[in-house]
Structures are given as structure tokens and as C-alpha cells.
Design a protein. Structure first.
Ligand code: 5GP
Length: 192
């Protein structure tokens, strides 16, 4: 998606440790119009697919996913990063290793909001090692629902997540910008 790549080139900041900061338009300050265009792009890419629910993970996936939910006219469910105990039985849960924090946390979705008849499109901001998407896929499978596909805004193609989700998990993955390489000095190079 050209508009997104141009914006990453203009406002993205490459940090040490292969982290790309996009705080200026995607996950701290948010450019709502860009998000609208991102949602329209997903609508085009998943045209003709039956989708009953959008699923993402808090916090930074929510703003993107709600625009996508509006576009498809279906509810958005976001997996919560669990802090409370004593919820066993009423939720689907799985551990996820955090890319940005290097810790492991549990994510949960209430059994009320994912049902076997659901056809789910998973949305997230970044794909690095694929742990967040893998966790969301695990929750959908636990509910017995169908995974239509996954959409990430920025895939870091030099990390293993994309290959893992596409080839090992067999999930259709649509990334709107794939970063082939990036350096602090040289910035970002995209895969065409
Ligand atoms: P994964 O689970 O694929 O390793 O990492 C995906 C999650 O880590 C995303 O939900 C995102 O919040 C965060 N993340 C991974 N890489 C980056 C990055 O380069 N920049 C930012 N801002 N977040 C990232």
C-alpha cells in the first residue's frame, strides 16, 4: 500500500534492536484518515469472503481493527492481556511472548464473544516473530471458529513471523507494507 509506505518513510523511526517506531501516525498519535484507508484496503483484499468478526489484541491493534470492523460492518473483539485470576471456564486463554517487552503474558477472550459459527479476520499493527498472531489464532481455534485470514499493517520481513504464519500455520496473511531491511542510518527498505 503506497500511501502507508510513503508515511513510514516520512515519519517512521528505526530504533536499535530492529524496532520501528510509528508513534507519529499509527500507535500513539493516530492519523484517522490513514487508518480509514488501511481499513478500505483490507476490505478490497478480503472482498467476497464471509467475515462475521474482527479480532485483535490490546492495545495498539484496537484503533486499526475498529476501522476494519466498521468497513466490514461486523463486531470487533479484542483479546485482553490478562491480569485477573479466577476466570477459568468463562474464557479462552493462551500465553503470548511479548516482542517489545521480552516477557510472557496471558491473553483472554470471553467465550461469549467467539463462537464456533464465527468467521474471523485477525488484525494487528506489527508482525515480528508471530507470537501475537499465533496466540490469536490459538484462541479462534479453541472456540472452534474459522480463521478467514490475518491482516497486519507492517510486517518485518527479516523476522520469522510471516513465514511461520503463512507456511507453518497455513493462514492467509495480508501485510500492507513488508519491511525487507532497516537501519538507523539508512531507514527502511520495503519488499515490492
Ligand atoms: P510478534 O508477536 O509478531 O513478535 O510481535 C508483534 C507485536 O509486537 C505487535 O503486536 C506489536 O505491538 C509489537 N511489535 C513488534 N515489532 C514492533 C516494532 O518494530 N515496532 C512496534 N511499535 N511494535 C512492534
Amino acid at each position: 500500500m503506497q500511501e502507508l509506505k510513503d508515511r513510514i518513510r516520512k515519519d517512521g523511526i528505526v530504533k536499535d534492536g530492529s524496532v520501528l517506531k510509528v508513534d507519529k501516525f499509527l500507535n500513539h498519535q493516530i492519523d484517522a484518515k490513514l487508518l480509514k484507508h488501511i481499513a478500505e484496503e483490507y476490505k478490497r483484499r478480503f472482498e467476497g469472503e464471509e467475515i462475521t468478526k474482527i479480532l485483535t489484541i490490546e492495545a495498539s491493534g484496537i484503533a486499526i481493527a475498529i476501522m476494519v470492523a466498521l468497513e466490514f460492518d461486523v463486531p470487533l473483539v479484542f483479546a485482553k492481556k490478562n491480569k485477573t485470576k479466577n476466570i477459568a471456564g468463562s474464557v479462552y486463554t493462551t500465553p503470548v511472548e511479548s516482542f517489545t517487552h521480552g516477557t510472557t503474558y496471558d491473553i483472554i477472550v470471553s467465550k461469549d464473544f467467539l463462537k464456533p459459527e464465527d468467521k474471523v479476520l485477525i488484525i494487528d499493527d506489527f508482525l515480528a516473530n508471530g507470537k501475537a498472531l499465533q496466540g490469536l489464532i490459538t484462541l479462534v481455534k479453541a472456540a472452534g471458529a474459522e480463521i478467514v485470514g490475518a491482516g497486519v499493517v507492517i510486517e518485518k520481513g527479516f523476522q520469522p513471523g510471516g513465514d511461520f504464519i503463512r507456511n507453518e500455520m497455513g493462514v492467509r496473511l495480508e501485510s500492507l507494507a513488508i519491511v525487507e531491511s532497516m537501519t538507523v542510518e539508512g531507514g527502511v527498505v520495503f519488499k515490492e
